[in-house]
Ligand binder design. Structure first.
Ligand SMILES: [Zn+2]
Length: 313
């Protein structure tokens, strides 16, 4: 059976179960907790001395509601700490997949690092381990936002493409869908020879432009239908977009998720959002049922689709 890297070692894709494809346990910024803990303490740590408790509570509740696997898409520069992911997985029994790659901002001093150099470190994180651990990444990430694909973004796109081609680990894109930035991102991945069946374009439901989303789907990629309950676009509009795409025959390519961290280190998360992992099952699935989507389709969105994405089926 095919296996992928989870934070606790190889995971048979048959055991992925109900999978949320774009989540975060803890989001901060690289090096901040270690170097400037007072920044966190002032706004956060006094009120919340033990964020691990909150992460474990959220995952335990999620597991009890039938969520088996979470893909944590926190890159190094978003403050990734794979030891926290591994401990959370051990304590709760939720499978967690860690991420390699880079999020949006490219520091000045890294501007001359080549795509091949970045690819080598991403490959090391997939094949050997992250930082000084043996915990390996199971997904690759590139992020382009409102400004489109920048020079740094293009370097990372080529790097994740090359790391993917060498390791077979799939690619996720943070994408600014109102600006149709996915068109630029996919163009570079195509130049690099990536099979777009191994790519998902996230935050796709930040737009309701179904024509654009259909174009993306026709390139062969998956769409992340995430950011629930969401920022600018209402959750119901996000769900309606999903329903339109299901009706158009693309249910097998949609990957719902929340993309809402359990813990933002510099700000307090409102109480009602402290368990970000249940909104899809409880609210979005209820809305889709109301709209007439069959139970089997709902289940396949979070069970079959993640498995097929990872297997490249
Ligand atoms: Zn995210």
């Amino acid at each position: 059976m095919p296996t992928i890297n989870s934070v606790l070692g190889p995971l048979d894709t048959a055991n992925l179960g109900f999978t949320l494809m774009h989540e975060h346990l803890l989001v901060t910024s690289a090096g901040i907790p270690q170097n400037y803990p007072e920044l966190l303490r002032a706004g956060f740590m006094d009120r919340l001395p033990n964020f691990m408790d909150r992460i474990v509570t959220a995952l335990t509740e999620a597991k009890a509601e039938g969520i088996d696997t979470i893909v944590d898409t926190t890159t190094l520069n978003l403050g990734r700490d794979v030891t926290i992911l591994a401990e959370a997985s051990r304590l709760t029994g939720v499978n967690i997949i860690a991420c390699s790659g880079w999020y949006v901002d490219m520091p000045h001093y890294l501007a001359r690092v080549s795509a091949d150099q970045f690819a080598q470190v991403f490959i090391r994180e997939i094949q050997e381990g992250i930082a000084s651990t043996a915990i390996k990444a199971g997904i690759l990430k590139e992020a382009s936002d409102t400004e489109g694909v920048t020079a740094g973004g293009a370097t990372i796109l080529r790097a994740v493409a090359r790391a993917h081609r060498q390791t077979n680990v799939p690619i996720m894109l943070h994408s600014y869908s109102p600006g149709q930035v996915g068109r630029q991102q996919l163009a570079i991945l195509k130049e690099e020879g990536v099979d777009l069946n191994r790519v998902k374009v996230d935050h796709s439901n930040d737009t309701t432009d179904v024509e654009y989303l259909t174009w993306l789907l026709e390139q062969g990629c998956y769409l992340g239908m995430d950011r629930y309950p969401g920022l600018n676009t209402s959750p119901r509009a996000r769900t309606r977009t999903m329903k339109t795409l299901i009706d158009a025959g693309y249910a097998h390519r949609l990957l719902p998720s929340h993309d809402w961290p359990v813990v933002f280190v510099t700000e307090e998360v409102p109480r009602e959002r402290r368990n970000p992992f249940l909104y899809i099952k409880k609210v979005v699935f209820a809305q889709l049922r109301e709209m007439g989507v069959p139970e089997a389709t709902l289940n396949s969105l979070c069970v079959d689709n993640p498995r097929n994405f990872f297997e490249g089926a």
